[in-house]
Design a protein around this ligand. Structure first.
Ligand SMILES: [Zn+2]
Length: 155
């Protein structure tokens, strides 16, 4: 499967609520029936979860091949588990979230305006043509100014 198709599977699921995301995470941890899922979600999210938020979603997971029923217990309790495809999808979702979290918590990283290396800390700042630019070192700043002059004289 191509990456695009995999992303489509995620899009089609419309993981647009915490309820759906947590439902997937619980199923990722262990097989569960809709009722237990609902109980866990209520506890985790501290809010009321309706069967209508759970059962249609489970059916959708099943239809798209991300989950399957592994056994049916008394009173028609269907126990769901994620398929291989479902587990991959959850892993992709988690990667995506960890990227977002990474961006949110990591301090702003400066990049040298001349050579492009990442700068830890303040770096070397210099005002050039009224703009304060950050470089990794003063040599890069000098190089940048030289290049800029060359570019200007060509015009
Ligand atoms: Zn540099």
């Amino acid at each position: 499967m191509t990456d695009n198709k995999k992303n489509d599977a995620i899009k089609q699921l419309r993981i647009n609520t915490l309820t759906k995301l947590f439902a997937l995470l619980y199923l990722y941890k262990c097989p569960m029936c809709g009722y237990d899922l609902m109980k866990n979600l209520r506890r985790a999210l501290q809010r009321n979860i309706n069967p209508e938020q759970i059962y249609p979603f489970l059916r959708k997971l099943e239809e798209s091949g991300l989950a399957k029923v592994i056994r049916v217990e008394a009173r028609d309790k269907k126990v769901y588990t994620l398929t291989e495809k479902g587990r991959e999808t959850v892993e992709r979702l988690l990667n995506r979230f960890s990227d977002l979290i990474q961006v949110a918590i990591s301090p702003k990283v400066n990049v040298c305006a001349s050579c492009g290396v990442k700068i830890i800390g303040e770096g070397y700042k210099e005002e050039i043509d009224g703009e304060i630019l950050t470089f990794c070192c003063k040599h890069c700043a000098r190089h940048y100014k030289e290049e800029r002059l060359k570019f200007k004289s060509r015009k």
